[in-house]
Design a protein around this ligand. Structure first.
Ligand code: NI
Length: 196
């Protein structure tokens, strides 16, 4: 079945994902498909939860340009080792089309992960040098724990955006009630018994 980006209301977005045990051809195929979906949606990053795969990895291409293949990064089993300071800026998410708001994040992080070749790598990122990068890796790592940017909006933005957030959920539930999306228990069972 072809992958698709799931929207707010889908239980995958609240699922705490499991580590990847093996990097294989199937994972490479899924990653390639995720990059295509991400570019088609004009995104710069996407976590596996967002295609209803309950595994700990995310992809990034901060240029957002499909031609810039050298900018493509895959973070497998990422861990944020160190955090320092704070930064604040607007974020959005492919699972919330049209919703943006200010989020407070750590200003500096060290992130460690494995790439598709199984090599361990580490980035030290700072908002002073690259605000987008430091923000993106925190946003995507959060996804793997079922944490969303709406949970981290500033207090004022949380209040202001609440009606929009509820509208996203209403839309999802309406599509589900119409049979366009599988029922909640089916979606949850798939996540719990992945990959079977
Ligand atoms: Ni997101």
């Amino acid at each position: 079945m072809a992958l698709e980006i799931v929207k707010y209301g889908h239980p995958a977005l609240r699922h705490k994902s499991a580590p990847i045990q093996e990097i294989d051809a199937n994972l490479r195929k899924v990653v390639a498909e995720m990059f295509e979906l991400m570019y088609a949606a004009n995104g710069i990053g996407m976590a596996a939860n967002q295609v209803a795969i309950p595994l700990r990895f995310f992809i990034l291409n901060l240029s957002g340009e499909p031609e810039e293949k050298e900018e493509e990064l895959v973070f497998i089993n990422p861990v944020i080792l160190n955090r320092k300071g704070t930064c604040e800026g607007d974020e959005g998410c492919l699972s919330f089309p049209g919703l943006y708001g200010p989020v407070k994040r750590s200003g500096e992080v060290i992130i460690e992960a494995f790439d598709l070749e199984g090599q361990c790598f580490e980035f030290k990122l700072s908002a002073k040098e690259d605000d987008l990068a430091v923000r993106a890796v925190q946003h995507e790592t959060d996804h793997l724990d079922g944490v969303l940017f709406i949970d981290r909006l500033t207090e004022a933005a949380k209040r202001a955006k609440q009606p929009d957030i509820e509208e996203h959920e209403r839309l999802f539930l309406a599509r589900q009630a119409a049979g366009e999306i599988e029922p909640m228990d089916v979606l949850k069972r798939k996540l719990a018994t992945w990959p079977n």
